[in-house]
Design a protein around this ligand. Structure first.
Ligand SMILES: *Cc1c(COP(=O)(O)O)cnc(C)c1O
Ligand code: SF4
Length: 351
């Protein structure tokens, strides 16, 4: 069991996670995209299993250096929508605030893979103040989504500063964090971090998890510490080929999350980030999977399946639709969870 986060190809080889023959390939990818595997995730990888769903998420692959024609450096248009450093403002009522560009792990399918990394530029004190001023000056902003990178990598002291500054802005209703730390580095969610999140306003934490094996005893304990502090928890997952693209795995993942008090919020269709083609299912496959869950699995376990449109046009649900217009203007045909169609409103019975 390794104690440190693995970052270099020789470290991954020494830990037995990749065969020596692949060291050169991994080193070549690492020159372009950041690599990190935390001890908690390294412990879950089955060495020698080329199809291991945890390994697939974190171990580099030569395919990352090939870019499909439809792939983009900035797949969801973050840069075009950034009025000041560290802010992305796409919707009128909410902004992203990105104080740090570092992550505990680097997911091979990451949509911000060209921006994140250990050397990546975070915000210094003056830049953070300028970003906060942008929010303070705009009363239409109701929610701040603190993301990155991973905001839970900030020291509890700096995290506390950000929370208190946002808590003091009268027009904000919600402070939302997006993080992978409770899953990939659960021990980091200690009393100091939980205390740093204390606020008068509603603080939500959205947790990124993709495979039921990630929901370890330690991850469950980290979520329990957040839940006990009164923080509502949401789940965010990415639909990934070879990781979770079957109904049984998704069912186990979403049930596991709900049982840890984490409500699955979004299932993201993977973005068109460069070198990530090996992870992308088709939209038709994603919609078929969502259909399989509907009616079979508790409504609590149904996230909304969303696509973030390339170019910064926004996120929209792309899951199956059960309603089609009928012949008359007021008439609809509605499909039930088992595939049968019914007129709505029901046709009057003849007497
Ligand atoms: C995803 C995203 C949000 C949050 O969207 P929700 O649908 O509220 O979760 C906000 N701003 C930007 C720029 C985003 O990419
Ligand atoms: S934790 Fe999130 S931001 Fe960081 S590499 Fe993974 S997907 Fe990207």
């Amino acid at each position: 069991m390794t104690r440190r986060t693995l970052r270099r190809s020789d470290e991954l080889v020494a830990a037995g996670l990749v065969p020596p023959a692949r060291a050169a390939e991994i080193a070549a990818v690492a020159e372009h995209f950041a690599v990190a595997v935390t001890p908690a995730m390294a412990a879950l990888i089955e060495p020698g299993d080329a199809a291991d769903p945890i390994a697939r998420q974190f171990l580099p692959d030569a395919g990352e250096l090939e870019s499909a024609p439809e792939e983009l450096a900035d797949p969801i248009g973050d840069r075009r929508l950034s009025p000041v450093k560290g802010i992305v403002h796409r919707y009128p009522d909410r902004v992203l605030l990105k104080p740090s560009h570092a992550c505990p792990v680097y997911c091979r399918f990451c949509f911000r893979r060209e921006q994140v990394g250990p050397g990546g530029e975070g915000l210094d004190a003056a830049e953070l103040e300028a970003a906060l001023d942008y929010i303070r000056a705009r009363p239409e902003i109701w929610e701040v989504i603190v993301t990155g990178g991973d905001p839970f990598l900030l020291s509890p002291r700096r995290l506390g500063l950000v929370v208190r500054a946002l808590d003091a802005i009268p027009h904000l209703g919600v402070i939302r964090f997006h993080t992978r730390v409770p899953i990939v580095e659960p021990r980091r969610v200690g009393p100091a971090l939980v205390r740093a999140l204390k606020a008068e306003k509603a603080v939500y934490v959205a947790i990124h998890a993709n495979h039921p094996r990630e929901l370890t005893r330690e991850a469950r304990a980290a979520c329990r510490r957040l839940a006990r502090a009164g923080i509502p928890l949401l789940g965010q997952s990415v639909l990934l080929k070879g990781v979770n693209d079957d109904a049984a795995t998704l069912t186990e993942l979403f049930r596991g999350l709900v049982a840890m008090r984490v409500k699955p919020y979004y299932l993201h269709h993977p973005d068109l980030a460069r070198g990530t083609a090996r992870f992308r299912p088709t939209l038709a496959q994603g919609r078929a999977l969502m259909r399989e869950l509907r009616g079979r699995v508790s409504g609590l376990c149904q996230p909304s399946y969303v696509l973030d449109l390339p170019g910064g046009h926004g996120k929209v649900p792309v899951g199956p639709c059960y309603a089609t217009p009928g012949e008359a203007e007021t008439e609809w045909l509605i499909e039930d969870p088992w595939g049968a169609r019914h007129a709505y409103p029901p046709r009057p019975q003849r007497r």
